[in-house]
Design a protein around this ligand. Structure first.
Ligand code: ACO
Length: 323
């Protein structure tokens, strides 16, 4: 049975760090409020020369180096982003070009903060369907470009960055001991649009627009949605919360992460937290957290790793994999 295993991981962050103190000069907020409500202490913000494509390219190169591969070895690129450089071409195709690739195929995946979970599931299906042997799956965002910097309820929450993994076809026995993606669960429900959306776009206003969010409403739904899809991947595989070595959740808010882990019965020491350093980087948050956990020597070969995300739409999903 063919599985897709992660064989390399990388990340890239903009040079500039903005602390909560920096926001005190911009809007009526405080370091204490932001830390207490979200767990965020700082975030990286892209400079003029840094874009979704440049950050995505840097993360992709780091993941390739980590895997000991070159762009010649890749035949598929999927970029999860809600903040592409241009409406088209896809940022994935721009990254493909920057990597010097004229072979294979590349496309963007739009599921906002759930983008990476959607993208890795999509790449896994391409690999298992025989369409590709090795894929770069990238989450890259520059949410700073769609924030309303005068709205304290949203501007303090987000950051920019990119993370990437290399997925490779491997032969498995069809058991949960196999290396690679063991199960995915994806969901969406457009009836929640008004709770989290961007108020512009090419087909409506002809502008890029700004992110708008009813934070309390998002919070209310988040834990239930996240735990539902996780229970689905548990049911599909027979894996339980105690079996999980590392829980790598979407990094939106420490309180949502803590409440989800608690509801599922996942021990605190197994939860990867980067929201304090990165803020919410949307589709980049899960691969960025993965890259940090690997660099810190936490995630190791053979570990059972659980990913989840939830975002605008709403969209939400979970992926269970063996590293
Ligand atoms: N600084 C100071 N005060 C603030 C700030 C701020 N930055 N932002 C809001 N407040 C005020 C509000 O105006 C409100 O004041 P009021 O009571 O006088 O009206 C008060 O703080 C409480 O506001 P709430 O919105 O009720 O605060 P809450 O405890 O819900 O925390 C937060 C807000 C952090 C946004 C929370 O609701 C949350 O995290 N929601 C989930 C958001 C999220 O995770 N989104 C991303 C998921 S999807 C994706 O990743 C794209």
């Amino acid at each position: 049975m063919i599985r897709s295993a992660i064989i390399g991981v990388g990340s890239a962050l903009p040079r500039r760090i903005m602390t909560n103190k920096d926001f005190e000069k911009l809007v009526d907020t405080s370091d204490e409020w932001i830390v207490q409500r979200t767990g965020i202490e700082q975030r990286h913000i892209a400079g003029d020369d840094e874009t979704t494509v440049s950050l995505g390219e840097a993360a992709a190169r780091a993941a390739l180096e980590n895997a000991g591969l070159t762009p010649d070895d890749i035949d598929l690129i999927v970029v999860a982003t809600a903040t592409p450089n241009n409406t088209f071409p896809a940022s994935a195709v721009e990254i493909q070009q920057r990597l010097g690739m004229q072979h294979g195929f590349a496309f963007d995946m739009q599921a906002v903060c759930s983008g990476f979970v959607y993208a890795i599931t999509c790449a896994d299906l391409h690999i298992r369907g025989g369409m590709a042997k090795r894929a770069l799956v990238i989450g890259a965002e520059t949410f700073s470009r769609i924030l309303d910097w005068s709205d304290r309820t949203t501007c303090v929450l987000f950051g920019d960055g990119a993370g990437a993994v290399v997925l490779e076809a491997t032969e498995g026995k069809g058991t949960v001991e196999d290396r690679g993606i063991l199960a995915s669960s994806l969901r969406s429900d457009g009836s929640h649009k008004e709770k989290l959306f961007v108020d512009g776009g090419p087909s409506t206003t002809g502008t890029v627009g700004h992110l708008r969010m009813q934070g309390r409403e998002v919070f209310k739904h988040a834990v239930g949605m996240i735990t539902d899809v996780i229970e689905d991947v548990f049911a599909k595989t027979g894996v339980t919360a105690e079996d999980i070595d590392w829980f790598v959740p979407h990094q939106a808010n420490k309180r949502i992460i803590d409440a989800s882990a608690k509801k599922l019965g996942i021990a605190e020491e197994k939860v990867i937290i980067t929201v304090n350093k990165h803020g919410n980087t949307s589709a980049a948050s899960v691969p960025l957290a993965l890259a940090c956990a690997v660099a810190e020597g936490k995630i190791k070969k053979g570990d059972l790793v659980l990913l989840e995300a939830m975002g605008g739409g709403f969209t939400w999903g979970a992926v269970l994999l063996r590293w």
